[in-house]
Each structure stands twice: as structure tokens, then as C-alpha cells.
Design a protein around this ligand. Structure first.
Ligand SMILES: C[S@@+](CC[C@H](N)C(=O)[O-])C[C@H]1O[C@@H](n2cnc3c(N)ncnc32)[C@H](O)[C@@H]1O
Length: 476
């Protein structure tokens, strides 16, 4: 190994031990140290010159982060430069929120001393950790109008769901701007309430109206046009309307009895077998899962170091959105979708439509009775939350058994924040499990880190993905 890389490794090791003097001993007294400008709000951005300024920077960093750990993964050396790829694990001092952010460190050396260091990372991700009042945190209900708005939240929900179920956005995407009367005829509507319905969607920022003609705004065009299969999320709203709305109407009953409210007759099979007995509901559910996972999948494609791995298995893969999208971006990978046999036709459809069918295959199975498929990376998306604690732990144990040394498990879903006071969506998702499943519940990143450690995983971390969702990653 070259001396430059060795030198830098010792600096990381010293920093990890908290031995700042040793960490800085490899730096030239006139070193320049550059941090992203986006961190200037916390007194950290810009370029520092000389060891005193670097020490002051580190002291400042300790007031912003109560924990800061660098996990270097790759050292790429070229001449007098070393570039290090890795992950920064941090906890916001004020927020208490922990998370991980990808980092690129660029080191310049001359005569065995570091002359310039630059830390590159996405400051937007850091902001979510330092100031957790981002999209996960809904406005507090601190005024009568806000309380009423939240209490009547189902009005907005039903307008959105009806628009999706009627195919309004898909029609507008295909036909271009249409007058209310044209929409009435094309969608087979009565006409009463139509203008209010369309203008409500204008007020919500999904439609625009010019000279009496309605058109999709970009969010509706991208996410609610069913013909854009890669970005469509409306499947989730269809299921919300047709399957979840009624049971949620009996939330109070679920809280009284602890029983799910989805009308599954007692003594029938598990929730998924009952759901999959009906092909129409099965198809709808598959589309809903894809819709709900689209944002997180896009982030996972970038946030796992896929170049180090050759195979990926998605446990509870539904129609295969994750496998097909990861494989499309990372052409060296092959993937296995593992799910109940009833899901096979929908997975095969995805395989044939996405152009990566030769690299993805379906393995039917039941994770209660079968081992999981062997792969370098095993993904469990929105799967642990369906089940009780013993099953969650059992699935992580099985994932550990199926991975090679160095392989990764990736668990992703809406994680409740560790203090259980911010991520409203994740808390509501857990109530959704109450209403929809016999024993499921959502959990915090800290909970999952604990279960992973019990299963034997090391170097575990939590990283934000999209909206209210995060992933927990562990290495075998
Ligand atoms: C909530 S969905 C999540 C789907 C997908 N991973 C996602 O995030 O969009 C749970 C998945 O677990 C699958 N599943 C349920 N019970 C299973 C079992 N016993 N064995 C294998 N898969 C199962 C379901 O069929 C479903 O596809």
C-alpha cells in the first residue's frame, strides 16, 4: 500500500479514537480545508487556512453534531491525490436525529503532509439531520383552522383518489388541455360538481386552468399519469380508496379491540393469502406497492455501493419495481425477486416490459417456511412492518444466513424518528398496520439497528431516502 493512503488511513483512525492531535499530525501547518458552502449556516462552510482554523472548525462541528463518525469505504490514489469515498454517520446536536450521508474526501499531499483537504457531501441531507423539521414533520395543529383542516383531511384525500380512479390525469396527459365539458364527456361524468372538483385540483397545484381549459401541472403529469409506469404513484391512491378507506373509518374500533378492520373473516389464511385470492385486488395491490416505493427506490439506486456487488435479492418483491430499476441502472447486477407464488405473473410482466428480463428472475416462496435466496445484497422493503416482533427478527436472521461475508441487508420503509415525535407519516403508517394487519407495527431506526446487531450484522447505519422513508443498512 502506498504511503499517502497509509498516512490518510491513520488520520481517519485517530479521528475515530477522538485523538484530534494525532489526526492533525499528518496536516501541513498551512493546510487549506474546504467544506461545502451549504454548511455556512452552521458556521462550517467555506475554506479554512492553517491548523488553528481547522481546530476551530472541529470545535464548531462538535456543537452542531453530538456524534460524528467517518466510515471510509474506498481509497483511490493518483499521484499526490487520494480520493476517499465513504459515509458520514452523524447525529444533530439540537435535533437528536441520527443519520448517514455519503461523503467524498479529496486529499492533496506534498512531501508526506496534507496540503489541501476538501469534504464534499450533500448538504441537503445534512440539513435533514440537523434540522429535522423537514417534510417528515407536519405543521402543528396550533390554530382552529389547522385543526379543522386536518380533521377534514379526508376531503382532500377523496378528491385526489377520485381524480386518479376516474383517470383524469391520464386523460389530460394523453389529450392535452380540455374544457370541463370535454372532460365530462370523456370520463362519463354527470356534470354537477365538476367545476368545483376540477378547480379544487387547481387550488391543490395539480391542474392549471387557462381560458377555461384544464391541463396537468408537472407533479400530476409525472406522478399521476398511469401511462408513465416508471413514475406513477397513483396505484397507492387507488388501493387507499378501494381497500383502506373503509377500515380506517373504524380506527376507533381497532383501538378498542386491537383487531384489524379489513373484514377478513376469522379463520382464513394470512392477510396476503386472503388478498391474493382476488386477482383484481392482487393487481391493484402490486401497483400500489410500486407507487409507494418509487421515491425510495430512486434513492436506493444511488445510495448503495452497487459496484462492489454482483447479486441482489428483494424479499417480498411484489411486482419487481425495485429489482428492475436497480438492474436497469447497474448493468453488472443480476437480481432475484422472492415473494408468494401468486405474485409471479405480475413480476414476469415487469420483467418483460423493462428490458432487463434476462437478468431478473422470480423465486416463489414463503419466508416463514423457506430459506431466503442467497445474494450479495438482500433488500426488505415495507416488509418488516407487516409483522410482529418475532417475525421481524426471524427475517433479519434469515437474511444474515443468506448473505456472504461482506454482504449487506437493506431494510427500508417509513421509519419512526427515534424520539417518536416527528415523523407523523411513519406513526400513521404504524396505525395503518393496526387497521390492516393482525400484528404489524412500524418502528424506529434505533429499534432496527438493535435487531440487526442481534442478528450479527456490523457497521449498521440509518440513512434517509425520500420523504418520510429511510433505510437501515447492515453488513455481515
Ligand atoms: C407491503 S408489501 C411490500 C412490497 C415491496 N417490497 C415494496 O416495498 O413495495 C409486502 C410484500 O411481502 C410479500 N409477502 C407477504 N407474506 C410473504 C411470505 N410469507 N413470503 C414471501 N413474501 C411474502 C407480499 O406478497 C408483498 O409483496
Amino acid at each position: 500500500m502506498s504511503t499517502n493512503t497509509e498516512l490518510i488511513r491513520t488520520s481517519y483512525a485517530a479521528f475515530q479514537r477522538g485523538d484530534i492531535d494525532a489526526a492533525l499530525s499528518v496536516f501541513h501547518p498551512d493546510v487549506t480545508w474546504t467544506h461545502p458552502n451549504g454548511m455556512a449556516d452552521y458556521g462550517l462552510g467555506g475554506t479554512k487556512k492553517g491548523l488553528d482554523e481547522v481546530r476551530a472548525f472541529m470545535a464548531r462541528a462538535r456543537t452542531v453534531f453530538s456524534e460524528l463518525r467517518q466510515e471510509p469505504h474506498e481509497f483511490l490514489e493518483s499521484g499526490d491525490r487520494v480520493v476517499v469515498l465513504g459515509v458520514l454517520h452523524m447525529r444533530g446536536a439540537r435535533s437528536g436525529v441520527a443519520g448517514a450521508v455519503r461523503m467524498v474526501h479529496s486529499w492533496h499531499l506534498a512531501d508526506g503532509k496534507v496540503t489541501h483537504f476538501e469534504d464534499l457531501h450533500d448538504t441537503h441531507d445534512v440539513r435533514r439531520i440537523v434540522e429535522p423539521s423537514g417534510p417528515q414533520h407536519r405543521p402543528r395543529l396550533d390554530a382552529p383552522d389547522r385543526i379543522i383542516d386536518a380533521g377534514l383531511g379526508f376531503w382532500t384525500a377523496k378528491v385526489l383518489q377520485a381524480a386518479v380512479e376516474l383517470g383524469l390525469f391520464t386523460e389530460l396527459a394523453a389529450a392535452g388541455p380540455l374544457e370541463a365539458e370535454q372532460l365530462r364527456a370523456r370520463l362519463g361524468l354527470h356534470g354537477r360538481g365538476l367545476r368545483d372538483f376540477l378547480d379544487a385540483l387547481v387550488s391543490l397545484g395539480l391542474l392549471e386552468r387557462d381560458d377555461g381549459r384544464y391541463r396537468n401541472l408537472p407533479p400530476a403529469d409525472t406522478f399521476l399519469d398511469a401511462s408513465k409506469t416508471d413514475s406513477y404513484i397513483g396505484g397507492l391512491l387507488e388501493v387507499a380508496s378501494q381497500q383502506w378507506y373503509d377500515p380506517w373509518g373504524r380506527l376507533h374500533e381497532a383501538l378498542r379491540t386491537g383487531e384489524p378492520q379489513d373484514n377478513i373473516p376469522e379463520g382464513t389464511d394470512g392477510p396476503f393469502e386472503t388478498l391474493y385470492a382476488d386477482p383484481e385486488r392482487t393487481r391493484r395491490f402490486q401497483r400500489a406497492m410500486t407507487g409507494g416505493s418509487t421515491g425510495s427506490i430512486a434513492a436506493i439506486i444511488d445510495k448503495i455501493p452497487w459496484s462492489r456487488y454482483r447479486t441482489v435479492a428483494d424479499i417480498g418483491c411484489a411486482e419487481g419495481a425495485l429489482i428492475s430499476r436497480v438492474l436497469r441502472r447497474h448493468e453488472h447486477l443480476t437480481g432475484t425477486g422472492f415473494d408468494l407464488a401468486a405474485v409471479a405473473p405480475y413480476f414476469e410482466e415487469t420483467a418483460s416490459e423493462t428490458g432487463v428480463g434476462d437478468r431478473m428472475s422470480f423465486q416463489p416462496g414463503d419466508f416463514f417456511t423457506d430459506p431466503l435466496p442467497q445474494a450479495d445484497v438482500i433488500v426488505l422493503g415495507h416488509t418488516l412492518h407487516d409483522w410482529d416482533l418475532d417475525t421481524k427478527r426471524m427475517l433479519l436472521r434469515k437474511a444474515y444466513e443468506a448473505l456472504p461475508e461482506g454482504g449487506r441487508v437493506v431494510v427500508y420503509e417509513a421509519l419512526i424518528d427515534d424520539e417518536r415525535r416527528r415523523n407523523t407519516f411513519a406513526l400513521l403508517m404504524s396505525l395503518h398496520m393496526l387497521v390492516e394487519s393482525p400484528s404489524g407495527f412500524d418502528y424506529t431506526g434505533a429499534d432496527c439497528l438493535g435487531w440487526m446487531a442481534e442478528a450479527g450484522f456490523r457497521d449498521c447505519y440509518v440513512e434517509h431516502l425520500a420523504g418520510p422513508e429511510s433505510m437501515v443498512v447492515g453488513v455481515k
